[in-house]
Design a protein around this ligand. Structure first.
Ligand code: HEM
Length: 448
C-alpha cells in the first residue's frame, strides 16, 4: 500500500533556507517530515523527493538501481569536463566501463600507490613551518591533487602540474557556479562563464591528450592508472579510444581529489577541537611509527587513525547527497516515485540522525571500532554511496586518508584560534569548509 509523501512547501523552504544554510535545511527537513519528503525545485521544473532513511536509500541505490539514472548535475552540466566517464555514463556502457576499470582499483593494485601517497604527504608536512598560518583546505587540496596526478599519470605530469591544477580549478569553479544558480544555464550557451569553463577544459585536454599520445607512442608500461586504462580490455577484447581514456582519466582526477581533501580538512578541524582524541591518535602514531614514514603494512597497526577518519566522514560526509532520476514509475519500499522525479539521498541527514547515531553531533571515533561499526544500522553510514555505482575509489580513498592522516599528524598539529567561530559547511559539489580552513601550524616533537 502506498503511503502519502509529505510535501515541503515553497514558503517552508524559503523560511528554512533563511534560517540557516543548505546543510541546516538537509538536517531540518527529515526532522519535520520524516524519512521522505517531496518538494519542487527550479521553479517547479523538477519534482524531487528527499530521502533520509537507510532502507529507502538501499531500495533506490541497490534494489531498484535499474529504475534510476544519475541526476542532471553530473550527466549534463558536468559533461564538458567529465564526458562519458564512470561518474556520468549510464546503462550498458557504464557497466562495460566499470568492469574494465575495476582491476585498477583492486586492493592488491593499491599497494603500488601507497608509497606515492606517503611520500607526497611527507613532502607536504615538511613544507609546513612552525607557527605559520595556513589554509588547511588549500594544503589538503594541493596534496590530494598531487597524489591523484602522480597515481594517474606517473611522475610525467610533474612539469605540467601547475597548468592542470589551474585549469581544473577554473573548470570546477565554473561548473559549481552553474549548479548553485537558481536556474542553471546549459553548458552549451555561450555565456562568459561557460566560455571560461570551456577554455579551461581545452587546457586540460591539451595536457591529458598529450600524455596519452606520449604513452601510446613510447609503449612503456608503468604502475599508474593511465597505463591500466590504456591496457584495459572488455570481454570482446575491445579497448578504449583516446577520448574514452581521457574521459575516465578526467573523472578519476576530479572524483579522486576534492572529496579526500575535504575529508582530511574536516578531520584536522575536529582534531583541533577535540584534544583528547588528538592526543590518543598521536600516542598511537608515536608508539608504532616513531617518526618513520608509514607504509601500507603499518596501517593495520594504526586502527585509531582509521576510526578518526571515518568518524570525521560521518559528521562531514564529502559527498553529502547523491541524486538519481526515476526512469519509470517505481514503488520503493511502499512509496510511489513517479517517472522523472529526482530522488536525493540525504547522506548527511542520515549521518546526523539521532535514531541512527546516538548523540549524533558528538565527535566520537569509538563508533568505528570494528565491533561498533558492524553493529551500526545497515546503510546508515554511506560516505561512498551504495549499489552498482558505489564509489569505485573507496578503498583507495580510505587508504589515502589513513596514510596521509598518519604521516601529517605525527609531525604537525593544526591549531584553530580560540576566538574563531565554528567552521561553516559549504555544500557545493562536495562539502567544503566555507572560506577555507585557516589554522596555525604547530610542529611536534615525536614522543619516544
Ligand atoms: C573520501 C573520499 C571519497 C568520497 C567520500 C567519495 C564518494 C563517492 C560517492 C558517494 C560516489 C557515488 C556517487 C553516486 O552514487 O552518485 C562516488 C563515485 C565515484 N568515485 Fe568516489 N569518493 C571518494 C574518493 C574517490 C577516489 C580517491 C576516487 C578515484 C581515485 C574516486 C572515484 C570515483 C568514481 C570514478 C566514481 C563513479 C563510480 C560509478 O558511478 O561507477 N572517488 N564517490
Amino acid at each position: 500500500m502506498n503511503q502519502p509523501i509529505p510535501t515541503v512547501t515553497l514558503g517552508e523552504r524559503l523560511r528554512l533556507r533563511r534560517q540557516g544554510t543548505r546543510v541546516d535545511f538537509l538536517l531540518a527537513v527529515p526532522r519535520r517530515h520524516g524519512p521522505i519528503a517531496r518538494m519542487s525545485l527550479w521553479g517547479g521544473l523538477v519534482q524531487s523527493q528527499l530521502v533520509t532513511d537507510p532502507a529507502l536509500a538501499h531500495a533506490v541505490l541497490v534494489e531498484h538501481s535499474d529504475a534510476f539514472m544519475k541526476g542532471l548535475g553530473l550527466s549534463y552540466f558536468m559533461r564538458p569536463l567529465l564526458g562519458d566517464g564512470l561518474l556520468s555514463s549510464e546503462g550498458d556502457f557504464h557497466r562495460r566501463q566499470r568492469r574494465m576499470l575495476a582491476p585498477s582499483f583492486m586492493p592488491k593494485r593499491l599497494a603500488d600507490y601507497a608509497t606515492t601517497i606517503a611520500g607526497r604527504s611527507e613532502e607536504a608536512q615538511r613544507a609546513l613551518r612552525d607557527g605559520a598560518s595556513v589554509d588547511v583546505n588549500a594544503v589538503m587540496m594541493r596534496l590530494t591533487l598531487e597524489i591523484v596526478g602522480a597515481t594517474l599519470f606517473g611522475a610525467e605530469v610533474g612539469a605540467e602540474a601547475e597548468e592542470v591544477h589551474g585549469a581544473l580549478s577554473d573548470a570546477m569553479e565554473q561548473m559549481s557556479r552553474v549548479l548553485r544558480s537558481v536556474i542553471p544555464i546549459p553548458p552549451t550557451w555561450p555565456t562568459p562563464g561557460n566560455r571560461r569553463g570551456l577554455r579551461a577544459v581545452a587546457r586540460l585536454d591539451r595536457v591529458v591528450y598529450g600524455l596519452i599520445e606520449e604513452r601510446r607512442r613510447s609503449g612503456v608500461e608503468r604502475n599508474d592508472f593511465l597505463s591500466m586504462l590504456l591496457a584495459a580490455r572488455d570481454e570482446a577484447g575491445g579497448q578504449m579510444t583516446d577520448r574514452q581514456v581521457r574521459d575516465e582519466a578526467m573523472t578519476i582526477f576530479l572524483a579522486g581529489h576534492e572529496t579526500t581533501a575535504n575529508a582530511l580538512t574536516w578531520t584536522f578541524y575536529l582534531l583541533a577541537r577535540n584534544p583528547a582524541v588528538r592526543e590518543r591518535l598521536e600516542r598511537e602514531l608515536d608508539a608504532h611509527l616513531g617518526g618513520r614514514t608509514p607504509t601500507l603494512a603499518d596501517l593495520a597497526k594504526l586502527p585509531y587513525a582509521m576510526m578518526v577518519f571515518k568518524e570525521s566522514m560521518r559528521l562531514y560526509p564529502p559527498a553529502y547527497v547523491v541524486a538519481r532520476r526515476a526512469l519509470r514509475d517505481v514503488e520503493v519500499a511502499g512509496r510511489h516515485i513517479p517517472k522523472g522525479h529526482l530522488v536525493v539521498i540525504n547522506i548527511i541527514g542520515m549521518h546526523h540522525d539521532p535514531a541512527l547515531f546516538r548523540d549524533p553531533e558528538r565527535f566520537d571515533p569509538e563508533r568505528f571500532t570494528p565491533e561498533a561499526e558492524k553493529a551500526l544500522p545497515k546503510n546508515a553510514f554511506l560516505p561512498f554511496g551504495a549499489g552498482p555505482r558505489v564509489c569505485i575509489g573507496n578503498h583507495f580513498a580510505l587508504m589515502e586518508g589513513h596514510l596521509a592522516l598518519a604521516t601529517l599528524a605525527q609531525r604537525v598539529r593544526f591549531e584553530r584560534s580560540p576566538s574563531a567561530p565554528p567552521a561553516e559547511m559549504e555544500p557545493l559539489v562536495t562539502l567544503r569548509p566555507k572560506g577555507g580552513m585557516p589554522m596555525t601550524v604547530q610542529r611536534r616533537a615525536i614522543e619516544a
